[in-house]
Design a protein around this ligand. Sequence first.
Ligand SMILES: N[C@@H](CCC(=O)N[C@@H](CS)C(=O)NCC(=O)O)C(=O)O
Length: 162
Amino acid sequence: MIDLYYWPTPNGHKITLFLEETDMPYTVIPVNIGKGEQFRPEFLAISPNNRMPAIVDRAPLERGAPISVFESGAILLYLADKSERFIARDLRGRVETMQWLFWQVGGLGPMAGQNHHFSRYAPETIQYAVERYAPTPLRTWRRIPGSCPTRRRVRISTTFRT
Ligand SMILES: N[C@@H](CCC(=O)N[C@@H](CS)C(=O)NCC(=O)O)C(=O)O
């Protein structure tokens, strides 16, 4: 069973999407980042950078003590290796997936985040920042082969632990 420390943001959704697609059992533990729950010592022990998502796998493949993982890319890789889904076993297939994973977590994700911040949340409009970040996600998104928005439906259901 996987404990998922989660709040409904794009980074959180990456992990619920993966878990749902692979039918891996998991329990959601809400981390209300609006209320500062990411700074609780018990959460910082799992995710020292006070960011969700994070997971604790209570039944790792190698058995033994639970394994905790923070950073969405590291979590996806961990879950892909565990489930043997969405990543190839051979070197070429694996590297193909890894490069897009790193591209997302190191490029598209942060740039889209800045875009969102400066176009929607910044207390004042800083034109330079709006223009710097606005086109980037769109430009990079178009580079993905077959990257038209998918209409495939995914099931998203969560169980909250209180
Ligand atoms: N690089 C991290 C980013 C995670 C992240 O930015 N999480 C945000 C919500 S989407 C968060 O927990 N923010 C709380 C804070 O900054 O205090 C990842 O990919 O997991």
